[in-house]
Design a protein around this ligand. Structure first.
Ligand code: SF4
Length: 301
């Protein structure tokens, strides 16, 4: 049985997105996982940090939206499901919430990075989002993927709690496939991406799928297949079993987790100063509104 790795009272868990944020900027990682970890409370010092933590970029939100709609189609109502309607309904609900700024009262509501930082105005952003979503949904349908998935017998569809967790040694690790099913004696994982995902990350995700399949279902790694659907071009690509190196992924997760924990352990409190800034990434960073002020305060004593 796995004994969970903890820091203080908090369980440490690893994910590809956590690893990505630590590489992007250790200070942003600190804000996300420590500065805003206590949740949201009006008037608390972490209110702004928590809001910034919840900011999403348009394309990432739309990718998550397509993934959620595909999951609903696959697991809940395959007979009468109208893919386009479901996607557009979710999109309209999200954009309405953004335009009403519902995130001010409830930070769990959608808040878009481009709007928050004044990079695009609401009408232009809504139009761009609607066009992107239409294109991506067309790709999902016209590629034949939804037809194909709709024909998978219901009993072959593997439900899982989302996000799913697997253990790499003692490290709890999160993974987020869109859907999982059994076919031709293999367990197949499908992920959606928006064409910007780093290929190394796709290989790491495929290795995590093999670990999850073995951890949870005792399915041998050679019987696990990962398929990636690119929403921007409508192509599904498989990663060959030979190209997925589970041992390499295990070593990577351990080294990555050790780097994160080394910055956070060995003292009573986690200190912002121990997480260096990456100034080159500030224009793309959710936390810049907080970080600029915090840095000025430090510099002005
Ligand atoms: S604003 Fe820049 S330095 Fe600050 S957390 Fe973001 S990327 Fe790091």
């Amino acid at each position: 049985m796995n004994e969970e790795l903890t820091w203080g009272e908090t369980e440490f868990s690893w994910s590809l997105s956590r690893d990505h944020l630590f590489s992007f900027c250790p200070r942003a990682y600190f804000y996300h996982y420590y500065g805003a970890a206590g949740g949201f409370e009006f008037g608390s010092g972490t209110e702004l940090l928590y809001r910034l933590k919840k900011l999403q970029k348009l394309e990432l939100w739309l990718t998550a939206l397509c993934t959620a709609v595909l999951r609903g189609f696959f697991y809940e109502n395959p007979e009468n499901f109208n893919f386009r309607l479901a996607a557009r309904r979710n999109f309209r609900r999200g954009m309405r919430s953004v335009s009403l700024r519902e995130w001010r009262a409830d930070p769990q509501q959608l808040n878009l990075f481009e709007l928050y930082y004044g990079l695009e105005e609401i009408n232009a952003l809504t139009e761009r989002g609607a066009q992107l979503l239409n294109t991506w949904i067309d790709q999902l349908i016209e590629s034949g993927l939804t037809d194909y998935l709709g024909k998978i017998p219901y009993l072959e569809r593997k439900t899982f709690s989302f996000p799913a967790a697997a253990y790499v040694g003692k490290i709890k690790t999160w993974l987020a496939p869109a859907v999982i099913w059994q076919e031709d004696g293999r367990l197949k994982f499908l992920t959606l991406n928006n064409g910007r995902t780093d290929p190394v990350r796709l290989h790491h995700a495929a290795a995590l799928h093999k670990i999850y399949a073995f951890n949870k279902l005792r399915i041998a790694p050679e019987r696990v297949v990962t398929l990636n659907f690119d929403l921007t071009c409508g192509e599904t690509t498989g990663i060959s079993a030979a190209a997925v190196n589970v041992s390499e992924l295990i070593a990577y997760v351990k080294a990555s987790a050790a780097g994160m924990l080394a910055a956070a352990t060995g003292r009573d409190t986690v200190s912002e100063a121990d997480f260096p800034r990456s100034p080159g990434n500030c224009p793309e960073c959710r936390f810049r509104k907080y970080c600029e002020t915090a840095t000025e305060n430090v510099e002005n004593g």
